[in-house]
Design a protein around this ligand. Structure first.
Ligand code: HEC
Length: 144
């Protein structure tokens, strides 16, 4: 009787440790943090003035090749040479499209230096104009 109670307590203690270990890993993962991220009010619901505009997409392509491809890769798959060793790793922009254009505009404007991202994604608001950021968003929206 005493022995089985001890065994039960040992199992409970072990599973509690296992659970807290899992929780710790999740909290440390960038993906987990990202999944909970809400677009801030100042950006939420913003819409791309250049949707499906080929001229804007072409301009965005030029901006992207100069400023973004080194980390994110020419086709947005996150395989740029400068991104390979980064942790967190550059997002796959093909997947990021699904997070919405207000999300893309926000992330490109503000970058990822602050929590919850804590990444080396630069903020582009002092480098690119709002129109240029939307042109890059238009180009990203063509990624497949
Ligand atoms: C120095 C490398 C670097 C450069 C240059 C860079 N990025 Fe990033 N970017 C990152 C990293 C790392 C992440 C992933 C971490 C994060 O979300 O902050 C990221 C994330 C993003 C995201 C969010 C992706 C997602 O899945 O949520 C977008 C959108 C983005 N970048 C667009 C751009 C655009 C557009 C440019 C060029 C104007 C650019 N980035 C230039 C490193 C870079």
């Amino acid at each position: 009787m005493k022995k089985s109670l001890f065994a039960l307590m040992a199992i409970l203690a072990l599973s509690a440790m296992a659970l807290s270990a899992c929780g710790g890993q999740q909290a440390a993962s960038g993906e987990e943090a990202e999944a909970k991220v809400e677009v801030p009010a100042a950006f939420k619901g913003k819409t791309n003035p250049f949707t499906n505009n080929a001229d804007a997409a072409a301009k965005g392509k030029g901006i992207y090749s100069t400023n973004c491809a080194s980390c994110h890769g020419e086709t947005g798959k996150g395989d740029g040479p400068a991104g390979a060793s980064l942790d967190p790793h550059p997002g796959n922009l093909v997947d990021a499209k699904a997070k919405g254009e207000d999300y893309l505009f926000w992330r490109i404007t503000e970058g990822g230096m602050a929590a919850p991202f804590n990444s080396s994604m630069p903020a582009w608001k002092d480098v690119l104009s709002e129109d240029e950021i939307w042109q890059v968003v238009t180009y990203i929206q063509t990624f497949k």
